[in-house]
Design a protein around this ligand. Structure first.
Ligand code: GCU
Length: 599
């Protein structure tokens, strides 16, 4: 009887997983390196219907019904509707959408003729938070998750000539969402990144990994994956600058393993060397720009290309501070990353979700290492059956997009989740193993904030640290909690004393130019923030195994929970710079500190 019971339980779980997975997203994981493909951009003006009551489903607005008889009328239309720019959040484009968390229906008319023998994909860089996609009145699929790309094959759905693409975008928070209901950043909704039509041959290069493993500086071990009927093909990887041509063949599954050596000039912050790489099959060619480096932990230190490196980080949210809007363009990326470089950083922690591809690629060009993170943030419903599937999909999408981006050196799988949440350890340990399997070439961490700080001692004990390469922790001593002794005398008890320690957040708030008693937090003075930075750096001078730090954060940014009417006004003021780019006194403290490290 027991055997029968366990079999039926298994069958139930399998059914649930398939059903939930298909519900969560039947968008495909996007093909890699979309920018190098045969693209038709759908960016620009889209007509929108704002749907605060969610009636658009009941009216089936994607059908675009039209009056037929003189007595007919239809109570919606995209013709004459407001226009929003894509990519971009909708909150910052219309005053009536400033605080909106709900449904906006987007429409784009597409003129297209698919060439004979070709395949066509509809690619979204990201939609926050949930997308339901309709083409010519037919639902083609949905996707959940606001920060990673997805695609739908529409080869059989596109018509020659005019097509109507309609996307239902919903940025309402979900209890079982990732992130969940509460987070300390602005919930920018919309089609926040680019939309493209991608035309490929019948069999195309879907994915590839061409990277150095942790332990080698000259031997590439990777793979290429084809998608299509003609799976067994001759393949080549070419690196013209090195005169390298590596040939191989894909098997009946379309997979080909790669293993070759070359004397690469390694990518590093001091020398961000990128190589033009061509990946060729008999029916497709992809051009990429790839940097070759390896990143590893040896003992309690981090090594880049075999040399120990101290990670001089800073936290950045995906927001253009000057516009108070979602960052999405290469110009936004240059603005944010130039500011990090000016501070003296060699690493940026892109909090708390995968940022747009421009950030990753600009970081490569500018010599900045990247910490990329999943929005598994604080309160997550780990015991909800849909949540592990959503986490796994988001992990897959994050790795798939950036697996060949040498700037990405750390995958961070969570931030400040609670050991007391049912299912948290189980699901995050499982996700960690999946991440290691999917990408053994990078470092992996979880950020924790539940270490105990008592009697001027940090007890750092989270289970997750057993599975992570770095012990990453956020602490705000001096701001959220007063010092309990001299910073330099702070003691540390690490449950894994031989692992590197990364302080992934520290800092305090200050309103640029705020005047008041400089020893009282309640006046948000720059001097109060500055003193906390001075004290924190004193503590770091005696923190064991310290491999890196990242102040929270670069710019003041929008977060509606920050409600003080004088000092915050809906901004989290922990920036080293104001949202107008004004450097606070603490900026100088950090800058001088980073200058002390030899290049
Ligand atoms: C937390 C959290 C951040 C948040 C910060 C703060 O550590 O990770 O997302 O913004 O603290 O309180 O400002």
């Amino acid at each position: 009887m027991n055997k029968l019971k366990s079999v039926s339980k298994e069958l139930v779980f399998i059914f649930l997983s398939v059903f939930v997975f298909s519900y969560v997203s039947n968008g495909q994981t996007a093909m890699i390196n979309s920018q190098s493909r045969h693209l038709t951009s759908l960016n620009g003006d889209w007509n929108v219907i704002i749907d605060p009551t969610g009636l658009g489903d009941w009216r089936q607005v994607w059908q675009e019904k039209k009056p037929e008889k003189k007595t007919d009328f239809v109570e919606y239309s995209f013709e004459g509707a407001p226009v929003l720019k894509v990519p971009g959040d909708f909150n910052s484009q219309m005053p009536e959408l400033t605080y909106f968390e709900g449904v906006v229906w987007y429409k784009k008319q597409i003129n297209y003729t698919l060439r004979k023998g070709k395949r066509l994909f509809l690619y979204f860089g990201a939609v926050n938070y949930k997308a339901d996609v309709f083409l010519n009145g037919e639902r083609i699929g949905s996707h959940e998750g606001g920060f990673t790309p997805f695609q739908f094959e529409i080869t059989e759905k596109i018509k020659d000539g005019v097509n109507a693409l309609i996307v239902k975008v919903d940025n309402k928070r979900l209890k079982n969402g990732i992130p969940g209901l509460g987070y300390d950043w602005f919930n920018y909704g919309g089609i926040t990144r680019e939309v493209n039509l991608i035309e490929t041959g019948h069999t195309y290069i879907e994915d590839y990994q061409i990277q150095l493993p942790k332990e080698s500086r000259k031997e590439i071990s990777g793979w290429i994956k084809l998608n299509g009927a003609n799976k067994e093909q001759g393949l080549k990887v070419k690196i013209p600058e090195l005169g390298l041509v590596y040939s191989t063949k894909s098997d009946s599954s379309g997979m080909a393993r790669l293993k070759f050596q070359a004397s690469f000039k390694p990518w590093s912050p001091d020398n961000p060397k990128l190589y033009k790489v061509l990946v060729e099959s008999e029916t497709d060619t992809i051009e990429d720009e790839i940097g070759f480096r390896n990143i590893e932990v040896r003992g309690n230190k981090v090594f880049l290309n075999g040399k120990m490196i101290f990670l001089k980080g800073v936290n950045i949210h995906e927001e253009n501070p000057y516009k108070g809007a979602k960052a999405f363009s290469s110009e936004d990326a240059v603005l944010l990353l130039n500011s990090a470089k000016e501070l003296g950083c060699n690493l940026v922690r892109l909090a708390h979700y995968p940022h747009n591809e421009h950030m990753i690629k600009q970081a490569e060009k500018m010599g900045l290492m990247v910490w990329s993170e999943l929005p598994i943030y604080q309160h997550i419903e780990f015991s909800d059956t849909a949540v592990p599937l959503k986490m796994e999909l988001m992990l897959k999408e994050m790795i798939q997009r950036d697996r060949n981006r040498c700037s990405v050196v750390i995958w961070s799988l969570s931030n400040e989740t609670y050991t007391s949440t049912p299912g948290r350890d189980l699901e995050l340990v499982s996700l960690t193993k999946k991440c290691r399997e999917a990408d053994p070439t990078r470092l992996l961490t979880h950020v924790v904030n539940n270490q105990a700080y008592n009697n001027n001692t940090f007890k750092v004990w989270d289970t997750l640290y057993r599975y992570a390469d770095l012990i990453s922790l956020n602490e705000y001593v001096g701001w959220y909690v007063p010092w309990q002794g001299k910073p330099v005398d702070t003691k540390w008890e690490l449950n894994y004393p031989d692992k590197p320690v990364f302080i992934s957040e520290f800092g305090a708030e200050a309103l640029y130019g705020s005047k008041g008693p400089i020893d009282e937090a309640a006046f948000w003075t720059e001097e109060y923030q500055e003193q906390i930075y001075i004290d924190q750096l004193k503590m770091f001078s005696t923190t064991p195994n310290l491999c890196g730090i990242a102040p929270w954060l670069l710019f003041d940014y929008r977060s509606l929970g920050r409600m003080h009417p004088v000092y915050q006004k809906g901004f989290n003021r922990k920036g080293l710079l104001s949202e107008k780019g004004e450097k606070k006194k603490a900026w100088q403290v950090m800058h001088e500190h980073y200058l002390k490290y030899k290049k």
